[in-house]
Design a protein around this ligand. Structure first.
Ligand SMILES: Cc1cc2nc3c(=O)[nH]c(=O)nc-3n(C[C@H](O)[C@H](O)[C@H](O)COP(=O)(O)OP(=O)(O)OC[C@H]3O[C@@H](n4cnc5c(N)ncnc54)[C@H](O)[C@@H]3O)c2cc1C
Length: 354
């Protein structure tokens, strides 16, 4: 390949693409807009997972493209072995969820293992244009960081949302792809995120501890008292509903009898204690605790439409949260699809295996 391969974004998708392309002999230039590599992956819990059963994946994310979903689902186990072989440190082989399988990595160690092999990394340099004739992989991490795009596609309460992600993923990949003739995917109005305790200040270090993921044990209502009945195990529907309520806020009303229920490594009471300690509104009366939550947006789920080889347009590939049609209608690991499609994009550009 005479021209260097351009990759935009040094998060999970872009790093996986850059490392795979380097392995296959390419000369790579990896642009990173932020002041460090790792994207939202570095801030994440770093559980890279898939549904155990294909039918369950289809049932959980019925709006996605089955061909694209199949490629991610079938490719994950090999891709995880590849990460391990690169030296990514494993924290656990248990996702903590019986319907899923995967690996929890140490996010810093995983980022470092990928960066060591990526080569050509230019930190602090955003990709601003796609050059005709230069093969380019877009992996800029979605559009949750752009208020106007969020307002247009997701909620009129965009200003009230908490950005629970890196601050640099603001739709650059989407704009660049559309300018080169790519199409939009389904599900532009959907996103993955978490309802967070409505504390006065929420920093990067609070993204996991302040998450309130126990709506199934609570009555969920907005400030007008209108209720919402949670539908999914991941509670992605609850945060999407909350994002569309006044102030992007809701109340969880938890009966005392539910305070001991487990929520991952904690109990509901522990999560509420973290909310209270951070200064979020918490009220106790009539045998129940009321906790105010605010919607935190992590990754947009709609974006660029790609085929099963991650092709978006002529000479243009895309991977990661820039790409839609995988989780539509529900939630599947964005780190998993970023990893698998990033590798596939590199292989397709280089005409290698796959
Ligand atoms: C607190 C938290 C917990 C999470 N937990 C999990 C989890 O356990 N499992 C899971 O699957 N997902 C999880 N996620 C979501 C996951 O981290 C992201 O969905 C994932 O990182 C997306 O990968 P990506 O490569 O598309 O984007 P990122 O990893 O965010 O990388 C995108 C990169 O592109 C860069 N960029 C943006 N614009 C440009 C440009 N113009 N030029 C060059 N670079 C650009 C950004 O700076 C960024 O570094 C979590 C996220 C958070 C914040």
């Amino acid at each position: 390949m005479p021209e260097p391969l351009v990759v935009a974004g040094a998060g999970m998708a872009g790093l996986a693409a850059a490392v795979r392309a380097t392995e296959l002999g390419a000369d790579v230039v990896l642009y990173e807009k932020g002041d460090r590599p790792g994207g939202s992956m570095l801030l994440s819990s770093c559980v890279v997972w898939r549904y155990r059963d294909w039918e369950r994946f289809r049932a959980e994310c019925p709006g996605g493209d089955p061909e694209l979903q199949r490629v991610v689902w079938e490719g994950l186990d090999d891709a995880l072995s590849w990460l391990e072989a690169l030296g990514a440190p494993v924290l656990s082989r248990d996702t903590g969820n019986p319907v899923t399988t995967g690996i929890r990595f140490d996010p810093r160690g995983l980022t470092d293992a990928l960066v060591r092999r990526a080569g050509g990394l230019r930190v602090g340099e955003p990709l601003a244009a796609v050059v005709e004739g230069v093969p380019t992989i877009l992996a800029t991490g979605g559009f949750q960081g752009d208020r106007e795009l969020v307002r247009r596609h997701i909620t009129s309460e965009a200003d009230a949302l908490v950005l629970r992600a890196n601050p640099w993923s603001s739709g650059d990949g989407l704009r660049l792809a559309l300018a080169r003739g790519a199409s939009l995917s389904s599900g532009l109005e959907e996103f993955y995120g978490r309802n967070l305790a409505a504390a006065p200040r929420i920093g990067f270090e609070d993204f996991v501890p302040l998450a309130q993921v126990y709506a199934r044990h609570a009555t969920v209502e907005n400030e007008r008292g209108e209720r919402y009945e949670p539908l999914t195990w991941s509670e992605v529907d609850v945060v999407q509903w909350t994002a569309r309520q006044p102030g992007a806020r809701a109340w969880y009303v938890v009966p005392d009898s539910a305070l001991g229920e487990p929520v991952r490594e904690r109990t509901v009471a522990d999560a509420i204690a973290a909310a209270e300690a951070a200064g979020a509104p918490v009220e106790r009366r009539d045998g129940a605790t009321r906790v105010q939550v605010v919607a935190g947006i992590t990754s947009t789920l709609g974006g660029i439409r790609v085929d099963a080889r991650a092709r978006a347009a002529d000479g243009l590939w895309a991977a990661g949260a820039d790409v839609g049609d995988i989780s539509t209608g529900g939630w599947a690991s964005a780190l998993a699809s970023a990893l698998v499609l990033g590798r596939i994009a590199a292989e397709d550009v280089l005409g290698g295996p796959g």
